[in-house]
Design a protein around this ligand. Structure first.
Ligand code: KIV
Ligand code: ZN
Length: 507
């Protein structure tokens, strides 16, 4: 199998996404993760664009080991000098020179004729070649360039020393057959093409970035420029994870390989999304939250019988833990039972029928059913949680000049236990006292107080979420007295926690 080089431009074209802006430390963090992912080339930035950009490229060149570090430059001496200065600490680096060659760009943007463009391109590549072992040249807007002129430009820049010829579909205009044919034409008509690697850089304006890149590979390209999560100018670039997983999943068709460590894909996607602030759509291929989730009963049943019925990739290959069976109104009994078993509930047929009926009722009202909803169903329908600890008496004192204290009396199987403690407020004092009496060691994750009725004598409902080891439980308590409601909610959570520990129910 021939190798396809993965050129990641998340930190350059990806950073050009509207709204994305990364500081130098964040760029370094992403670059280090890209090295773990084993991309071949990291385009770290466009050094002339700002002092900060040059510093980030320089830092990545110093610190990131493994991939070739690349910097972008227009076809000018100044850009190339600045790119070189930023890149030179890297063990292996590449200067990426670009110049537009399409009629529209030459006429309106550059205001230059074809022969001037050709001269500038050749001059710039020769200049960059003095500094760098690897020079890449991109005829910007190549897919809208006169194909015969493109052949001429490519052939001349290769003579000038370009090692990589990148063919960008700058505005995401081309379609797979057309782009494949363009690459084929270059392979056939550029006399010195064997001296360079053909790369492609496809934007996603028509949603065809990945399809166009794959068509180019089939026709002779051997490098793909892409970004994590497909971020980039406007609609973005071809998504790295989609290219890599297409090549891997359909190796029978493509007969290519990459060096990407696919198990790092999900982690890399999460990091890029977190640091750029650009969310990943749930149905995004490969790394979207729903990419390996099955909701319909027929699909869930199929996956449980044999994963490959509805999955073409093993989620673990891309770093997901496992496929998710999302319980919702379309889910069937098989998935429901399997989920409960995983959570530690082994129900008999009658219990399962009862719980499933309640689940279907709830699923009609609620879009997503979380593990906590299932626990509540089981606890309420099947197991009546025994109330080990019952609140018997509570007294708290607090004020602006008083240390908040609580005295609490609890009942446990007829036995009375009492204690007192101080805290940061009356609720805290009360929870500390309950911890002392029950011997509980837990962390209060959240505390919510809501009025469930109106007026001055409103009934307050407290929800307390606690964590002990890996177990997270939620307790509820109501009273017209909010301290009493708080104590009841906390005790409810402690009783549930105890029940789960005794019965070895894991969440
Ligand atoms: O889209 C484009 O043409 C580019 C070039 C600089 C390669 O990003
Ligand atoms: Zn681009």
């Amino acid at each position: 199998m021939e190798k396809v080089y993965i050129f990641d431009t998340t930190l350059r074209d990806g950073e050009q996404s509207p709204g994305a802006s990364l500081n130098i430390k964040e760029k370094l963090q992403i670059a280090k993760q890209l090295a773990k992912l084993k991309v071949d080339i990291i385009e770290a930035g466009f050094p002339v664009s700002s002092k900060g950009n040059a510093e980030a490229v320089n830092l990545i060149a110093k610190e990131v080991k493994g991939p070739i570090i690349c910097g972008l430059a227009r076809a000018t001496k100044k850009d190339i000098d600045i790119a070189y200065n930023a890149l030179k600490p890297a063990k292996k680096y590449c200067i990426h020179v670009f110049l537009a060659t399409s009629k529209i760009h030459m006429k309106y943007k550059l205001r230059k004729a074809k022969d001037e463009i050709l001269k500038s391109a050749v001059k710039a590549v020769k200049y960059a070649n003095k500094y760098s072992d690897i020079v890449e040249f991109s005829p910007e807007d190549a897919s809208r360039t006169d194909p015969d002129f493109l052949v001429k430009v490519v052939s001349e820049v290769i003579n000038a020393g370009a090692d990589v010829i990148n063919i960008p579909d700058t505005v995401g205009y081309t379609v797979p057959d057309e782009f494949g044919s363009l690459i084929c034409k270059l392979k056939q008509e550029v006399p010195n093409i064997s001296k360079a690697i053909i790369s492609v850089h496809c934007h996603n304006d028509l949603g065809l970035g990945v399809a166009n890149s794959l068509a180019a590979l089939v026709n002779g390209a051997r490098q793909v420029e892409c970004t994590i999560n497909g971020i980039g100018e406007r609609a973005g670039n071809a998504a790295l994870e989609e290219i890599v997983m297409s090549i891997l999943t359909r190796k029978d068709f493509f007969n290519f390989k990459t060096d990407i460590k696919t198990s790092q894909l999900y982690k890399t996607s999460k990091l890029v999304s977190k640091l750029t602030g650009i969310k990943v759509q749930p149905n995004k291929a490969i790394i979207g939250e729903n990419a390996f989730s099955h909701e319909s009963g027929i699909h869930q049943d199929g996956v449980l019988k044999e994963r490959t019925t509805y999955e073409i990739m093993d989620p673990k290959t891309v770093g997901f833990e496992e496929s998710k069976l999302v319980l919702g109104k379309l889910s069937g009994r098989h998935a429901f039972k399997e989920k409960l078993q995983k959570m530690g509930f082994d129900l008999n047929k009658e219990e399962l029928d009862k719980a499933f009926r309640r689940f279907k009722n709830l699923a009609d009202k609620k879009r997503y059913i979380f593990d906590e909803d299932l626990i509540s169903i089981i606890e309420e329908e099947i197991i009546q949680i025994s109330k080990t600890w019952v609140l018997d008496y509570i007294h708290t004192s607090s004020g602006n000049n008083t240390i908040p204290t609580a005295t609490v009396r609890l009942k446990k199987q007829g036995k009375i236990l009492q204690d007192a403690a101080s805290g940061d407020g009356p609720v805290d004092a009360c929870y500390k006292t309950i911890d002392r009496i029950t011997g509980t060691k837990c962390e209060l994750l959240s505390y919510d107080l809501n009025a469930v009725t109106g007026g001055k004598d409103a009934l307050g409902e407290v929800t307390a979420k606690i964590k002990s080891g890996k177990m997270v439980v939620t307790g509820k308590g109501t009273s017209t007295d909010i301290i009493e409601a708080s104590a009841k909610a906390y005790l409810d959570a402690i009783n549930r926690l105890r029940y789960r520990k005794v019965n070895k129910i894991h969440l």
